[in-house]
Write a protein that binds this ligand. Structure first.
Ligand code: AMP
Ligand code: GLY
Length: 414
């Protein structure tokens, strides 16, 4: 059987690695992938980018099933195009991706179905937004409506900061269409949790809850990033909290998805803020998270291909999901300077005694030699699992010292 994974990060590497363990799968293509993934058995990458070309490739190769990792392709409607040609694919159609690709759409959905979330207003006109922040208590959170690769969210302490953020989002060319509309919402204080569900179009199953570390610096400070590390399962989310999440978040969300014809085959990832033991939705994502996926799939005992097959066939009600005991910890090694500017082309060396699993992201093969060099902000993820968080954490931190590239940076407090 041939499988196609769409995306290029460490998340897609983890997906391909886990799928490769099923012996019914002979070949896994990752598009566009990265050169680190080709170290994995059965895996091949192809540097094609447009959806039409991906579609052509999938037809020519007779791909049995496609799974999309990255939001970018989903928001462009890759699932609709595959469905039109009867190629099997898992992921939301373009209409459903609005849950992630439009914050206004998502917030209106939450309001309509009583899903607990921060109070908000949305704006299309700059003057009205500025008028609003002048009469509203700070801090506030100001967000671009559209996808902005994690850069469209500003937390502001004062009217001046808010005004600057609004102008940046609505007027600067950086955000283009994404900043045409904005959401201004109440600032919530607490801890975050990433909640993952599998959906098959009829049934849903809870996968797990993971702890991401979105900020660049220790103590959750500094700018937001795609994510600097993850722990699965989330150490602060207990049974009681899960019960309250089920009631205030999951049940009304599922009701809404069904009523609004948004119930797709794929992954629903709910980003939560827990403030004083109360869960609030920060965002919906219609895909797996990065770096959460690296730690989730490393801890997952069940066959991932079977899970994806059940999703495709609408048989999630029969799926048994099993994890190894304990925890897995993922540590992201990035290039110093990320999420802004950073150098690339630095040789990566891995010490032989490194026992953590490595999932590659921003890397490429050096043209004339066979070694990998850096080629992105988040370079690779190191993942370990153990009975306790401390054990898993110690393993990845020990191994972080065995990976070398000149501008290596990582948080010390995952
Ligand atoms: P979002 O894309 O909406 O998930 O926002 C990105 C990040 O900004 C979140 O992961 C939080 O760290 C932070 N954030 C978003 N909304 C809020 C809020 N209402 N209060 C506090 N922090 C927030
Ligand atoms: N870890 C954050 C995300 O995947 O959006």
């Amino acid at each position: 059987m041939k499988f196609l994974v769409v995306g290029k990060g460490a998340r897609e590497h983890a997906i391909a690695w886990k799928l490769a363990q099923n012996n019914k799968i002979d070949k896994i293509f990752v598009i566009p992938g990265n050169d680190g993934i080709t170290k994995e058995e059965k895996c091949e990458t192809l540097d094609i980018r447009s959806i039409d070309e991906i579609l052509k490739f999938a037809k020519k190769e007779d791909i049995n099933l496609t799974f999309v990792g990255s939001e970018e392709y989903l928001a462009q409607g890759i699932v609709d195009k595959f469905n039109e040609t009867n190629l099997k694919i898992i992921g939301p159609n373009k209409y459903s991706t609005q849950l992630e690709s439009s914050k206004v759409f998502a917030k209106n959905f939450m309001k309509k179905y009583n899903v607990q979330t921060a109070d908000y207003q949305s704006f299309e006109e700059l003057n009205l937004a500025i008028e609003y922040i002048n009469k509203t208590e700070h801090p506030l959170v100001i967000k671009a409506d559209g996808l902005a690769a994690g850069k469209g969210v500003y937390i502001s302490e004062s009217v001046e900061e808010s005004e600057e953020a609004i102008k940046e989002l609505m007027k600067s060319k950086q955000f283009k269409e994404a900043g045409k509309r904005i959401v201004i919402e109440k600032y919530l204080e607490g801890f975050e949790a990433s909640l993952f569900f599998l959906l098959d179009g009829k049934n849903y199953q809870f996968l797990t809850v993971s702890k991401d570390h979105k900020k660049l610096l220790e103590g959750d400070s500094g700018p937001n990033t795609g994510g600097m590390g993850a722990i699965t399962p989330h150490p602060e989310v207990d049974e009681n909290l899960l019960k309250s999440i089920e009631k205030k978040i999951i049940k009304p969300t599922i009701t809404g998805l069904k009523k609004e014809n948004l119930f797709y085959k794929g992954i629903l990832y709910i980003g939560l803020m827990i403030e004083e033991n109360e869960p609030y939705v920060l965002e919906y994502n219609v895909r797996l998270g990065d770096p959460e996926t690296q730690s989730i799939l490393y801890l997952l005992k069940s066959d991932f291909f079977q899970i994806l097959k059940d999703i495709y066939e609408g048989e999630l009600n029969q799926t048994k999901i099993e994890f190894y005991n304990g925890y897995s910890v993922c540590l992201v090694l990035s290039s110093e300077g990320y999420p802004y500017s950073y150098t690339t082309g630095e040789k990566i060396l891995i010490g032989e005694s490194c026992t953590s699993k490595i999932f590659y992201a921003g890397v490429e093969k050096e043209k004339e030699n066979n070694y990998l060099v850096t080629n992105g902000g988040r370079v690779l993820s190191l993942v370990s699992r153990a009975k306790t968080i401390d054990e898993a954490r110690n393993k990845v931190y020990k191994d972080a010292g065995k990976v070398f590239f000149s501008s290596k940076y990582y948080r010390k407090d995952i």
